[in-house]
Design a protein around this ligand. Sequence first.
Ligand code: NAP
Length: 347
Amino acid sequence: MRQGDKYGLHRVIEPAGVMPQAAWKIDNEMVCYDNEILIDVDVLNIDSASFTQIRREAQDDPKQVKDIMERIVGERGKHHNPVTGSGGMLIGRVQEMGEKIRNRTDVQVGDEIATLVSLSLTPLAIEEIRDIDMKNAQVHVKAKAILFESGIFAKLPSDLPRRVALAVFDVCGAPAQTARLVKESNSVVILGAGGKSGMTVLRQARLAAGNGKVIAVEYGEAACERLRGLGWADEVLNLDATKPADVLAAVENALGGGLADVVINCVNVEHTEMSSILCAKDRGTVYFFSMATSFTAAALGAEGVGKDVDMVIGNGYCLGHAELALDLLRESPELRQVFEQKFAAMA
Ligand code: NAP
């Protein structure tokens, strides 16, 4: 059996010497190296920023979405959107485990798992795209994938429908980082609060901030009404997060002339950096979970308006993130219901 590198370096084709995530192309031959896990894939959860871009390029035509997805994987050996740079994740069943890792106790052949590493570094070979859920970015496939030795994963919980669990796992870094950043009595602003990550962040922020003020920003009245119905935000503002001056004025008003200790960006479109930065008070924190964030726009934008804020990149991983996110759904029947209504029908 062939020997593999812990981080999957043996799969990198070009450019040589980079990590699999940074590589333009990786080897997606579905032969298990001695330290790899081969997965029989069932569903891909495409990252929201990536899927939004693909839908736009495909003019919302599912056939063209399928063609674009096949083209990406065909060219790169992974579902790594060349425009957004982002991936997504998958669920599937363990088909084979390499010789060196066969005696691992945390996973066995036959287990159903969700990968918690990005599709942007996961070797993937798609045989057939069976069905595309255009609204929720979940794609039913016949495919195989490889998980490297360093790759993290979670077993699917028995108390939640699998597509609900997949959707939660996709964004589980966001509420977990929120738990670290938001302190009792903090004022918090969440942009894109009506989306998957946004709602989990909103719930976690409500729990962590206590009597602090939590402001939810979402675009569209229907989504705002849904958020008001949940009752977790002190105020829900219907705003376009790409319009920083409007967002700043409305948030300042909602916070009685003040600004937020913590701003969390969960939007799935570009050009929302300045709305996030302007809403944070000096020495406050801006957490960019959004994959549509531009480092340049955020760094130069903050400097340009003289804002001394700490900006946190949305690392998708932090210790215990999957369990924390699942527990949020278990703790909150309302949150669970929203996710089930959105995803469980497809399970
Ligand atoms: P989602 O469910 O699609 O939520 C995005 C939300 O933003 C939606 O409610 C959307 O409203 C709202 N929105 C869109 N345009 C807006 C605007 N101009 N102003 C205000 N709100 C707007 O996406 P998600 O799965 O939660 O993901 C959110 C972001 O996190 C994406 O950028 C995704 O790529 C990123 N992400 C990051 C990681 C990581 O590891 N850092 C992991 C997963 C996802 P509509 O539904 O009405 O459009």
